[in-house]
Design a protein around this ligand. Structure first.
Ligand code: SAM
Length: 500
């Protein structure tokens, strides 16, 4: 049990009383996500939310991100970001949206990276009240993919055109121990079906030990993604009554262990709807500040899932759902406060929500997703084993065409990771403004691979026109000429997998 007093948080551990003060560089969850600091931040935000002058000053500070910054630490603090979130002045909110869009273009250009989730197993020993995989759910058919089934799913994903996966599994030491996850990763990387290949496997599995993170690193993990669900410890403990995930500190300190185990890129996320959004937003920014303070590298990605209906789960049971306009603002403010981070939105959200989110900050989206174990090899979308309802049910080809209609370049690029540009090296690269000379041609070449191997004729036509237009934007002449050569080789079937 813990109780709060002033700025200091006490937590009883046996007979000892431990004092927790706010310290972003601490490795203790109660110190870097300090409850009192969040409450003070929220009070500060309420006290200053109508101070339009202060909001403008904060936005001015954040504008320095328009030229990718030398120092990648956040230019605005969680307190300042919380003031902007609380402000309801229409003019300031418009400035927030405009600045977020410009910062996004400065760091990520108009490229959007595509990926798909691959659900390996829905066995779970945890009791998460919002998740249909919870151990008490006796109605959900449980399944874990065999290696043959993994192969079939991966071939189906490769045949859609995917190059990047996020593997997902419930927590179960018997049905999905680390050896099973590692075996699946090896299987996934080994499959080369026609011109297909999965070139980056991100992993979303429960918090684990430094040793197991080291094994994931050796198995060539891309990003280790773990959602915090909620940063409010009391709420966290209510929502996770049983199982290993019920240990708040074990879960919250997982990214630090992952980095200690050698994983360079870690992803954060909150499951919006479980707790008040201002609390979650503040916790999320504090977590990013913590990673920067301890490891010198902030989160590689931040995801923004919202609770969705699922078997045995009614999102209305959680009274913290956020309306779309607030959701848009949160995305814009994450982009402003953590400008370098990749931001992910999944098919939990509808086409129209995703369209706006792309403008304000999202840089990665899933497409053609199935959230059930074995879903990609089934003709019809299976609902009984789905982790959550998928709002955006378009095919990958439809998503690719829609992105291009909105002037986004669909990218299947995985080059940075494969060239060792991860962690602080990725940050250096990103802040050095190298995106147009590297990421832009890489995106065009992977788009061309997609167009040649998988696109429908209409998407192919749209895509080839886009590639021709976007090629002209590569500033370095030699790089442009080389890209043109590579593109022509891909189009003529003389090679693929070129990268800078
Ligand atoms: N088992 C791993 C863990 O506990 O972190 C991660 C895998 S879980 C399959 C991936 C994420 O799905 C969870 O972290 C949670 O945020 C999200 N999720 C669970 N139930 C959901 C729901 N009803 N709606 C939307 N997202 C949900």
């Amino acid at each position: 049990m813990h109780r709060m007093k002033g700025r200091i948080q006490f937590k009883g551990e046996g007979n000892r009383m431990t004092v927790h003060r706010y310290d972003p560089a601490s490795l203790h969850a109660d110190e870097f996500i300090n409850h009192d600091e969040i409450l003070e931040t929220l009070a500060f935000a309420q006290a200053h939310k109508d101070d339009v002058g202060l909001c403008r000053e904060i936005l001015k500070k954040a504008e320095s991100h328009l030229a990718p910054a030398k120092d990648h630490c956040a230019v605005i603090t969680h307190r300042e970001a919380a003031v902007l979130l609380a402000c309801d002045d229409a003019g300031i909110n418009e400035e927030i949206r405009r600045l977020a869009h410009r910062i996004k273009l400065a760091y990520y250009g108009n490229r959007i990276v595509l990926f798909a989730p691959l659900y390996l197993s829905n066995y779970c020993v945890n009791g998460c009240l919002y998740c249909p995989y919870h151990a008490e759910n006796r109605d959900i058919p449980r399944h874990r993919l065999t290696q043959d089934e993994v192969r079939a799913e991966v071939v189906a994903l490769q045949d859609m055109g995917h190059k990047r996966l996020a593997i997902e599994a419930g927590e179960d030491p018997v049905h999905s121990p680390i050896d099973y996850i590692l075996e699946c990763m090896r299987t996934i990387y080994s499959i080369k079906h026609e011109n297909g290949a999965i070139r980056r496997v991100n992993v979303n599995i429960a918090a684990t030990t430094v040793e197991e993170y080291r094994m994931l690193k050796e198995a060539e993990i891309g990003t280790y993604i773990l959602f915090q669900e909620t940063y409010n410890r009391e709420r966290y403990e209510e929502l996770h009554p049983t199982g290993p995930k019920s240990d708040y500190c074990w879960h919250t300190e997982a990214h630090d262990r992952a980095m200690e185990g050698g994983i360079d890129d870690v992803g954060l996320g909150v499951l919006f709807g479980l707790e008040g959004y201002a609390y979650e937003f503040t916790g999320l920014i504090m977590h990013a500040e913590h990673l920067e303070a301890v490891h010198g590298v902030g989160p590689h990605t931040i995801s923004v899932p919202r609770v969705k209906p699922a078997m045995d789960i009614d999102p209305d049971a959680f009274d913290n759902g956020i309306p779309d306009d607030v959701f848009d603002k949160i995305i814009a403010l994450i982009r402003i406060a953590v400008p370098y981070t990749g931001m992910i939105i999944s098919t939990r959200e509808s086409r129209s929500v995703r369209e706006r989110a792309l403008r304000y900050g999202i840089s990665q989206i899933s497409g053609g997703s199935r959230t059930s174990v074995g879903g990609y090899t089934q003709e019809d979308r299976p609902h009984d084993t789905e982790q959550f309802d998928v709002s955006d049910q378009r095919t990958l080809d439809e998503v690719v065409a829609w992105l291009m209609d909105n002037d986004h370049i669909p990218s299947f690029c995985t080059a940075c990771y494969r060239a060792g540009r991860t962690g602080d090296r990725f940050m250096q690269f990103c802040k050095g403004g190298q995106i147009l000379n590297y990421c832009h041609p890489n995106a065009l070449m992977t788009l061309m691979e997609y167009l040649v191997d998988y696109a429908t004729p209409a998407t192919k036509e749209k895509g080839e026109a886009m590639v021709r237009r976007e090629l002209l934007k590569i500033p370095n002449e030699a790089t442009r000429a080389r890209t043109e050569r590579y593109l022509s080789d891909i189009a003529g079937g003389r090679g693929n997998d070129f990268r800078f």
